[in-house]
Write a protein that binds this ligand. Sequence first.
Ligand code: IFM
Length: 742
Amino acid sequence: MKVMNWRIERTGYDQNQITSYGNRFLTGNGYMGIRGTLEEYTKEQLAAVNLAGVYDRVGQGWREPLNAPNPLYTCLKVDGEYYRLPDKEAKKHSFTLDFRHGICSRKTVWHTLRGDVCIESEHFADLCDPHIIRMKYAVKTKFHGDIEVLTGIDADVWDINGPHYDEISLQEEDNTLIARATTHEKGDHVYVTEQVTVDFPCEMKTKSDPLTLQHRICFVTEPEREYCIEKTAAVYTDHDGTQAEFLAGEAVRADHAGAYQTGKRRHCEAWERLWAVAEVQITGDDEAMYALNYSIYHLQCIAPRHTDSLSIAARGLSGQTYKGAVFWDTEMFMLDFFLYTQPAVAKTLLKYRIDTLPGALQKAKEYGYQGAFYAWESQEGGYDACTDYNVTDVFTGRPMRTYFKDKQVHISAAIVSGIMRYVNTTGDDSLLTEGGYEVIYECARFYYSLLTKRVDREQYEILDVIGPDEYHERVNNNGYTNRMAKYVLETAAALLAYQAIPHRDGVNRQETAGSEGGWQMWAGRFEEAAEKLYIPQPDKTGIVEQFDGYRKLEDVSIEEVRGRLLNEKEYWGGAYGVASHTQIIKQADVATWMNLFPQDFAKQIMERNWNYYEPRTEHGSSLSACMYAMLACKCDNPDKAYPFFLKSANADLSDGGKEWAGLVYIGGTHPAAAGGAYMTAIEGFAGIYMENGELKAEPHLPKNWSEMRFHIWALEELYEVCVKRPDELQTSYTVTLHKVSG
Ligand code: IFM
C-alpha cells in the first residue's frame, strides 16, 4: 500500500486566495475552528477562531456564532519597519496544512535592505484539550538586526452581523495576557488567555490599545540563528461553567519551555488514534484517496467531542455563514461518518436534537401543527434562525420572501432517520430511552397533522412544501417529503406497537396517548396514514415526478437558464428566480429519495430517473453530487458515480463552489459534501450496509480501484474491512469483514 501524502502545500503568495485558503487550511478540534490564515492577518483577511454552538445577536441582524478574540495575532518588525502580508511583498512564501495531524504552517522570506529575514510558524487547535491553541513562531535573519515581534490577542474580530462584544477588557497579569469579552444579547463572556515562552535573551513589554493586547518582544539577531517564540492560548466561555474565567487563566499559567513540543507530540498521537479508525485506503487512485481523507480531516476538525449534546453547523467551524446553524446536513450527510468511526460523536449529534425537542414542539404549535417541526436552521435550544427573508435580491437590495423555514418540513424526518440509523448501526438503543422515542412520536404527530385528505379519494397528501430542491417553493406532493413522512409514520407505529414511549417529564407516552384515545389508536392512525399517504409513482416512461406538475414546467437546459441571468449572483429560486418556472433543479431531490429507498424501485427505474434528473440539476448545493454518486452505485454503475464522488470529495480542495445566494455571502467549508464523499466511498463503492442486525457489503468499485481498506464500528464491534476487485480468475469481489475488537 502506497504511503499517502497528507499535506497541502502552496508556494508563492496570491492575495486572491486569502478567503479560500482560510477554509482550505482550517484547523480545529470541535470546540473551535481556526481559519487557515497567517498570524499577521486581521479581520480584513477574515482571520477567525470560530466557536461551536455559542451565538449572539445584535439588533435586527442575524444571530450568528461567535468568533473569539484571536490569540494567534503576531507580526514582525525589522529595524522598526513592518514585514507582513499582504502589504509587504515576500521573496518566498509557502503555506502548508499537515492534515494527518491538523497542523497549519507557513514559511515566509522577505528581503530587507540588510539581507533576508525568514519566519517559520505553525499552529494547531489541540486535540487533547479542546480549549487550547498552540503556536510556534521562529525568526531567522541573515544579518545582525533589531527585531521586534508583536504577539498577542486581537479582539477586533471579523463579524458578519456584529460587533458582538459590547465590552472588551484586556489586561496583563504575571505575563499572562487576558481578554474578557461580553456578548451583546445575553451578556455571556468569552475568555481568551495566553502565555509565551522564549528561549533567548530579549526585552519583553506589553503593548495595549482598546482592541489589541500584545507582548512586544525585542531582540538582536545573530545571523542564521533561529529565535523561537512558543505560545499557549486558552479559550473558554460561560457555556463551560461558572469556573470558565479561572480555568482560562490556569490553562496557560503552567506554561513552560518545552510545553509546545510535548503538547504537539500528544496532539499528533491523538490524531493518529483517530486515523487508526477513520483512514480509508484505496489502491489504484491516489487522487481519490487524498481527497477522501482530506474530507475526513474536515469532519474530524468539527466533531464535538467535548460535550454530549451538540451538533455541527452547515459550514462547520469555518465562520459565521449560514448563521452557524445546524441543517439536515448533519443527519443526512455527515452522520454516517460518525456512526462508523466514532459512535459516541454520532450520539452527541443526535442528543442535540433530543434536547432541542421543546423548540421543535413550539415551532409546530406556532404554525398550527401538532408534534415536532424542527428548525430548518437550528441554533441553541432549537431556535430557528431561518428568517422569512433569507435571501437578498441583487437588483433591489431588498430582502426576498423565502419559505425555507415554513415549508422544508422534511427536516423532522431527517432527525428520525438519523436516530434509527444510530440504533440500527450501533445496536445501542439507549438513545431511544433517553428521549429518542419521544422525538419519533412527536415527529410522526407532526406529519399526521400535515396530511390533507381529498374528499373524493381515500388518499392523504402533503401540500405546500419545499423538497430538497429549494428552487421550487410551495409545491404539492414532493415525492421525497411524502416518502420520508411515510417512513416516520411507519417507524412510530412500529415502535408504539412494540413498547411504551417514555416521556421526558416522566409521564409514559402510552398513557398520554391513552388520554387522547389510547396508544393503540395512535399506532393505528399512524399506520393508516402511512398506508394511504400518496407516493408519486413512475409514469409510463419510468420517470417519477418530483412534485405535482413538475413535468409541465418549461423543459430547458441549464445553460439556457444560466443565460437568462442578469447578474451572476442572482438567486435562481423564489417567486421570480430563473429556475422557478423550469424543470431545472438546484440539487438532488428524486435522486435523494431513490437513494434512501432503493427497495421501492427497480434498478432500471432508478437509472432512468438518474438520466432524467441529473442533466436538469444545477448542483447549486454542495449536497447534490454525492446523492447522484450513491444512486449510480445502486444502479451498479460506479464509473458514472465516480466524477460526482470526486466533486464532493474535492469540495474544499478546489475553487468554484457557490459563495453567494443573492447578496448573502455563504462561503466556508462544506462538511456535508465531505460526509457525502465518505458515504459514497463506504456505502456506495464498498457497498457496506446493515441487514437484520448483520453487517454486509455489496461492492461496486470504480474502474481504477483495485482495493479498499478501512475500519468501521458496527453493533459495538470494530471491523477491519477489505474489499478487493476480482482478478481474471474470479467472478466476484473478495470482501473481508474482520472483527478487531468487541
Ligand atoms: O441544507 C442545505 C440545503 O439543502 C441547500 N442550501 C444550503 C443548506 C445548508 O448546507
